[in-house]
Write a protein that binds this ligand. Structure first.
Ligand code: KIV
Ligand code: NA
Length: 270
């Protein structure tokens, strides 16, 4: 099987709609990528790894090294999906040149096909600059977690007319700048509908209703790794419970000296 490409993702939206929604999940490790790859169109190496893997309080402290290392692991673990790597906070906002240098480093070090960055109108020039120089860019509007210190939290966006208009104009600016897809996070449904209608590239929702052209979730969220998750998460599994049960069973067997058994023990002749 040949790996999907960015142009093929981009052209899934024809005459304002996609035939079949685009499927995206986050992946941070090679093994996770191997397990998810056949089921996804896009694997996103999200900077959400800051909280999910590193226990950081937000995505703000995430570094280029983290994104580069996890991005390379996900590329090594996949052969079907398009791999997109998040640009970490502080690596692209300064100027289009800074953004290109960071994006080029991520692409070269990981082998990923594209980068994602957060922001609206203010990032349009940067997206055009990077795209025109050979690196496809996925946009991200609405609730943009790297801006948590400006937004003041992770509440859904677009409830006021002014906010709704800003998000719509942001998305249009990214589309015009050449973004190949746009993540629409944490917005009320009418905005997701308007944005999806207004842009020529596919929209990928997370807390953006069923009206987007695709969906993304943080894999650990949808696997039920965490007790507390945002409203937009559906838990398709209870991985936390499975892990705790396995750990408890292992601990009990070690303490009872029933593990390891014969099966797991080497003998001089076997
Ligand atoms: O970092 C991330 O996981 C993301 C997605 C949830 C869109 O940006
Ligand atoms: Na992200």
């Amino acid at each position: 099987m040949k790996r999907l490409t960015v142009p093929r993702i981009r052209s899934r939206k024809q005459d304002g709609k996609v035939e079949e929604p685009i499927v995206m999940l986050t992946a941070y490790t090679a093994r996770q990528a191997q397990l998810l790859d056949a089921h996804c169109d896009i694997l996103l190496v999200g900077d959400s790894l800051g909280q999910v893997i590193y226990g950081l309080p937000s995505t703000v402290p995430v570094t280029m090294e983290m994104m580069s290392n996890h991005g390379a692991a996900v590329v090594r673990g996949s052969y079907n999906s398009v791999v997109v790597v998040d640009m970490p906070f502080g690596s692209y906002e300064g100027s289009p040149q800074q953004a290109f240098d960071s994006a080029a480093r991520l692409i070269k070090e990981t082998g990923a096909a594209a980068v994602k960055l957060e922001g609206g109108k203010a990032m349009a020039e940067t997206i055009a600059f990077i795209t025109q120089r050979g690196i496809p860019v996925m946009g991200h509007v609405g609730l943009t977690p790297q801006a948590v210190n400006v937004l003041g939290g992770y509440a859904a966006r677009g409830r006021t007319d002014a906010e709704a208009e800003t998000i719509l104009n942001d998305a249009i600016a990214l589309d015009d700048a050449g973004a190949f897809a746009i993540v629409v996070e944490g917005v009320v449904e009418p905005i997701a509908i308007e944005v999806t209608r207004a842009v020529s590239c596919p929209t990928i929702g997370i807390g953006g209703s069923a009206q987007c052209d695709g969906q993304v979730l943080v894999t650990e969220d949808m696997l039920g790794m965490f007790e507390r998750v945002p409203r937009f998460v559906k838990k398709f599994e209870n991985i936390a419970g499975t892990i705790q049960q396995a750990a408890a069973a292992y601990a009990a067997e070690v303490r009872a000296r029933t593990f390891p058994g014969e099966e797991q023990t080497y003998q001089p002749k076997d």
